[in-house]
Design a protein around this ligand. Structure first.
Ligand SMILES: Nc1nc2c(ncn2[C@@H]2O[C@H](COP(=O)(O)OP(=O)(O)OP(=O)(O)O)[C@@H](O)[C@H]2O)c(=O)[nH]1
Ligand SMILES: [Mg+2]
Length: 464
């Protein structure tokens, strides 16, 4: 009788939401690794420390215990939490290394439910949390699905203006040697692809993040694969003659176009089907401060990239995403990261700035019933906030060790509350200095700003 009761209870239990997949993304260097490292660390200390006061279940002392458990998808790299922590525990602390691919980790949180329906199932339940780290650049490829090779080429080449024109020079020059109508020369296409990929890398190094195809700059396991060996065609495009091309061997143009189509189906669609469609909630991390440091072009470009990224959360009834992949993300959290780089009274401006950058798309997404929120946070707080006293005046300041190891106290500048216009940079200088993380103590949670509010938004309802 007891085992029957147990079985029934397990059956009902399985029907309950006990598993949640949270994906974390952002353009490179946005702070993904730091965020996930802190998230794991904060959760690990949840039942023993008061490190997350705004996580309601923790505040109500309903968290019984937490642990890291083996991840479900064994085909994906494990998020290397221990390595990241080893950098933060070292005497000479360092930030964790850059990462290039998808990785995953799983946590179990045992808690006392408050919901009546859940309480019927037992005094304690476990929420399994799958956390996935993937490059935001991969989301920049979504619009490709609705373009053919010719349209995509025109679009990419027309973007090569201003700063980009300078970066694209070598590639445009190299393309002059390519005859699109001749029999395909794989060697030549591979070498021109690598010049094109270098152009994309140069854009990124120059602070321009809106690059396509996004996988070219972060290829992960596809590095060197022919599916990443194509590029847009500049100038005159040969008219396609289907009869002729079925009689002859494929031309350079045919091969480029075929690879573009393969890339769409085998790389872009596969990512959306196998990963994206399985996510329940999404965190998008945005570093607003580096583009402010770099100036107008970099700032506008980041906004463009963000708008592109947001297209992935616009499902609509007839949208391409819904038709192809049935995504199920119901909440998206946008975070302006590294908030400890600026003084606390600037945090409101940081959130306003983020909100305004994504506002045009935000409105449509809200209409489509995906809940969204923007906030500022520091995953791993590296500075202390305080005041500088000058004669009888007090000024806000932050204090910490710079990456070069120099201890400084400074006011890094005001974050604009509105989207800055082009000449804004002439009268405003930003100098957001980078800081070293403080040495982390074994057994103590990492210092943070608002990781608890982020977690309450992401999993609070699942811990009720
Ligand atoms: N002060 C401060 N700096 C941070 C914080 N989070 C990230 N950073 C800085 O931003 C850099 C990039 O952070 P990562 O977490 O490695 O960013 P990522 O998005 O994983 O980068 P990739 O793996 O290269 O795509 C770090 O090396 C730090 O310098 C934070 O909370 N506070
Ligand atoms: Mg990383």
């Amino acid at each position: 009788m007891k085992s029957l009761k147990q079985e029934v209870s397990e059956l009902i239990y399985r029907g309950f939401d006990t598993n949640i997949k949270i994906a974390v993304t952002g353009l490179s260097r946005a702070g993904k690794t730091a965020f996930i490292t802190s998230l794991i660390n904060q959760i690990q200390h949840l039942s023993t420390h008061d490190n997350l006061p705004f996580l309601v279940s923790a505040q109500e002392r309903r968290i019984i215990g937490t642990k890291r458990v083996p991840q479900k998808n064994i085909m994906v790299s494990r998020f290397d939490y221990d390595r990241a922590m080893s950098f933060l525990h070292a005497e000479q602390t360092q930030w964790p290394e850059p990462t290039k691919d998808v990785s995953e980790t799983r946590l179990a949180i045992k808690y006392k439910p408050v919901k009546r329906s859940k309480r019927l199932l037992g005094k304690s339940l476990t929420l399994y949390l799958d956390i996935i780290d993937y490059p935001g650049e991969w989301l920049l490829d979504l619009p490709l699905l609705e373009l053919n090779f010719r349209q995509w080429s025109e679009q990419q080449v027309s973007l090569m203006k201003g700063k980009r024109a300078g970066f694209a020079k070598s590639w445009l020059e190299a393309c002059k040697t390519l005859d699109l109508t001749r029999e395909a020369d794989e060697q030549q296409l591979a070498s021109l692809s690598s010049v094109y990929t270098q152009y994309l890398h140069d854009c990124k190094a120059g602070g321009l993040h809106w690059v396509q195809p996004g996988r070219f700059v972060l290829p992960g396991e596809l590095a060197g694969a022919p599916v990443l060996q194509f590029f847009p065609v500049a100038g005159e495009v040969p008219q396609s003659d289907k009869k002729a091309s079925s009689r002859h061997a494929p031309t350079n143009y045919d091969l480029l176009s075929a690879r573009f189509e393969e890339y769409k189906s085998k790389v872009v669609q596969r990512f959306y089907k196998e990963y994206f469609a399985t996510f329940d909630r999404q965190v998008v991390l945005v570093d607003c401060l580096t583009p402010l440091n770099r100036g107008h072009d970099s700032f506008v470009d980041m906004q463009q990239a963000l708008i592109q990224i947001m297209q992935s959360f616009r499902y609509g009834r007839n949208g391409i995403l819904t038709r192809l992949f049935s995504p199920k993300i119901d909440k998206v959290l946008f975070c302006a990261t590294k908030a400890d780089h600026v003084t606390p009274e600037q945090h409101v401006n940081l959130v306003n700035l983020l909100d305004q950058m994504i506002y045009p798309v935000w409105q449509q997404v809200a209409y489509e019933e995906v809940e969204m929120r923007g906030m500022s946070l520091a995953s791993i707080q590296a500075t202390q906030a305080g005041y500088i006293q000058e004669s009888d005046q007090q000024y806000p300041a932050i204090q910490g060790d710079t990456l070069a190891g120099e201890f400084v106290t400074l006011f890094p500048g005001e974050v604009p509350a509105k989207l800055p216009v082009a000449d804004y940079w002439q009268s405003n200088q930003f100098d957001f200095v980078q800081f070293k993380p403080q040495q982390s103590i074994h057994g103590e949670p990492l210092p943070h700003l608002r990781m608890d509010s982020a977690l309450e938004y992401l999993i609070g309802d699942k811990l009720r």
